[in-house]
Design a protein around this ligand. Structure first.
Ligand code: HEC
Length: 133
């Protein structure tokens, strides 16, 4: 019960933050809203389970994220970040992950750009710093 209330509270804060910045929604090119859903429901899901906790977009600057995304290294260089935005990965988890199921057919490059938009927008110095990953 307490957890549900807490989660609802965090979601409300996120919505408020996003609402205030709705005007520059398309500044970074991709569909940051779709990127946000994917980040929160797919990336964060695994980070909570296996990376010791959620990774907030506002933990790094836009320049840091740009370098990170371009390098395409993930989990301390062990694998490729693009892998986790791929249709193949989405297909492998869609049975248990609604966001992966919802976006199952979005082209890889497009979804990666959406995630990029969200991460840049949510960066420490982005339009709408997102601690609510
Ligand atoms: C199947 C699990 C899993 C998924 C899905 C996943 N990650 Fe990760 N991620 C990890 C793990 C595990 C680490 C921590 C590695 C460590 O610290 O040794 C990590 C670390 C990171 C880091 C910290 C820097 C680094 O690479 O070590 C970032 C940023 C990150 N992930 C972004 C993402 C994004 C963006 C997505 C979604 C497109 C994503 N991850 C999807 C497991 C996952």
């Amino acid at each position: 019960m307490t957890k549900t209330v807490y989660v609802a509270g965090v979601a409300a804060l996120c919505l408020l933050g996003i609402g205030l910045h709705a005007i520059d929604a398309h500044a970074a090119g991709g569909d940051w809203k779709r990127g946000r859903v994917y980040y929160q429901k797919v990336c964060t899901d695994c980070h909570t389970a296996k990376a010791g906790g959620a990774i907030a977009p506002n933990a790094r600057t836009m320049a840091d994220w740009t370098a990170y995304l371009n390098a395409d290294k993930h989990a301390k260089g062990k694998d490729s970040l693009r892998n986790y935005a791929s249709r193949e990965y989405r297909a492998s988890v869609k049975g248990t992950n609604k966001a992966a199921e919802k976006y199952a057919d979005v082209p890889d490059e497009q979804l990666f750009n959406d995630i990029r938009s969200f991460m840049l927008k949510g960066a420490k110095d982005g339009d709408s710093p997102a601690s609510c990953n």
